[in-house]
Design a binder for this molecule. Structure first.
Ligand code: AMP
Ligand code: GLY
Length: 425
């Protein structure tokens, strides 16, 4: 069986690795993939957003189905295009992907469906938005409605900071169209947990919880990044909490999407905040999270391929057994280039330790240079995942593997999972 995998980051490397574990005879074609994926996938130089070229590739290679990693091709309607041509594909349509690509759409849907989330209102005029900021008082959250490369959310500690953010988005237009509409949102407090569920539109197969680490610096300090590490499971998200999230969050959201005429199929990712009033949705994503996927998939015991293929073909997952997980813990440490999350230098030679005893290196920003050696080619370069019987052992092994990744200016956090460590005492 041949599978086309769209994307080329650490998430896609982990997806290819897992699909090949589930069925070593399957062939994964990655578009565009990265330098580290060649052991598990055939990489072809087709951009993840070139839908015409991806369609041609899927046809030429007679793939059984296609899996979409990143949100950009989903927003562009890759699923609509493939389905219109009768090709099986895993992911939501552009209309369903609005659960991520339009924060306004997501918020209105959640509030109408009674899904627990922060109260918010949408504005296009700065004066009205600022009046709402003053009415709510600080702390208050200002969000660009569209996708703003992960930078469109300001959790403002003062009314002045929030008003500045409103001006930057609505008056100065720093995010362009993505910030032409802003949400002014009440500020929630609590720890955040990423919860994924595979869905055929009506039924869900939830994952275990994971926790991301957005800030560049240890102790969660400094600027936001795409994610510097992740771990799973999260002791704050036991099975009862996941069951509650399925009943109160996933199922009503999926029902509302069906009722809106845009059933969601694929992987729905709920970013939850565990508030004093219970879990509430911070945001939804319409795809697997990065780097949580690199922490979660090595722990997954059951097949990912089987439910993915069913969902891609439009089949029901109602009769599928719950996903199962290996015992123990998984910790992923991202190794980033110097300067990240700002501009980074590319082309530095890199050496990576071999995979060993529960340690797997997933590549992200790497490429093969003309002489065949692997060089850096992005902000987040690789991620080192370790699975071990205890959280502490997994953390130590992940940190050691990250330290063994060598390139000029490599930086990584040594404290991934520090909240879990603190809970363990
Ligand atoms: P988002 O892009 O919506 O996930 O927001 C980025 C980050 O901003 C989240 O991971 C939270 O840490 C924070 N955030 C977003 N919305 C809120 C909120 N209503 N209250 C508190 N923090 C928030
Ligand atoms: N880990 C955050 C994201 O994938 O959006």
């Amino acid at each position: 069986m041949r599978i086309l995998l769209v994307g080329g980051g650490g998430r896609e490397h982990a997806l290819a690795w897992k699909l090949r574990r589930d069925d070593p005879s399957c062939e994964v074609i990655a578009a565009p993939g990265n330098a580290g994926m060649t052991a598990v996938a055939r990489c072809v130089p087709v951009s993840a957003t070139d839908i015409d070229a991806l369609l041609a590739l899927a046809r030429a290679e007679s793939v059984a189905f296609t899996v979409v990693g990143p949100e950009a091709p989903l927003e562009l309607g890759i699923v609509d295009r493939f389905r219109a041509e009768g090709l099986a594909i895993f992911g939501p349509t552009a209309a369903a992907a609005r659960i991520e690509t339009s924060k306004r759409f997501a918020k209105e849907l959640m509030l109408a469906a009674g899904v627990p989330t922060a109260q918010a209102r949408t504005f296009t005029e700065a004066a009205a938005a600022k009046a709402e900021v003053r009415r709510l008082g600080a702390p208050v959250v200002v969000k660009a409605s569209g996708i703003a490369a992960g930078k469109g959310v300001v959790v403002a500690g003062s009314v002045e900071e929030a008003e500045r953010a409103v001006d930057e988005m609505l008056v100065d237009g720093i995010f362009g169209e993505a910030g032409a509409e802003v949400l002014i949102e009440e500020c929630m407090t609590g720890e955040e947990v990423s919860l994924f569920a595979l869905t055929d539109g009506s039924h869900v197969l939830p994952f275990i919880g994971a926790q991301d680490h957005k800030r560049i610096g240890e102790g969660d300090t400094g600027p936001n990044t795409g994610g510097m590490g992740a771990y799973a499971p999260v002791s704050l998200a036991p099975p009862a909490l996941i069951a509650e999230a399925v009943e109160r969050i996933f199922l009503p959201t999926l029902a509302a999407l069906r009722a809106a005429g845009c059933p969601f199929t694929g992987l729905l990712y709920a970013g939850l905040m565990l508030t004093p009033d219970g879990p509430k949705v911070v945001e939804f994503n319409c795809r697997f999270g990065d780097p949580e996927t690199q922490a979660l998939l090595p722990l997954m015991a059951s097949s990912l391929l089987t439910p993915m293929r069913a969902i891609a073909r439009g089949e029901s997952i109602a009769s599928m057994l719950p996903l199962t997980w290996h015992p123990g813990a998984s910790v992923t440490t991202v190794v980033a280039a110097a300067g990240y999350p700002g501009p980074v230098r590319a082309g530095d030679a890199i050496t990576v330790p071999p995979d060993h005893d529960g340690v797997t290196i997933f590549h992200a920003g790497t490429k093969r240079s003309a002489d065949g050696s692997v060089v850096t080619a992005g902000g987040r370069v690789v991620a080192a995942t370790a699975v071990a019987p205890t959280f502490a052992a997994a953390r130590d092994a992940s940190t050691a593997a990250a330290a063994a990744v060598r390139f000029a200016g490599a930086q990584f956090r040594r404290d991934i999972g520090w909240r879990e460590q603190a809970r363990a005492g």
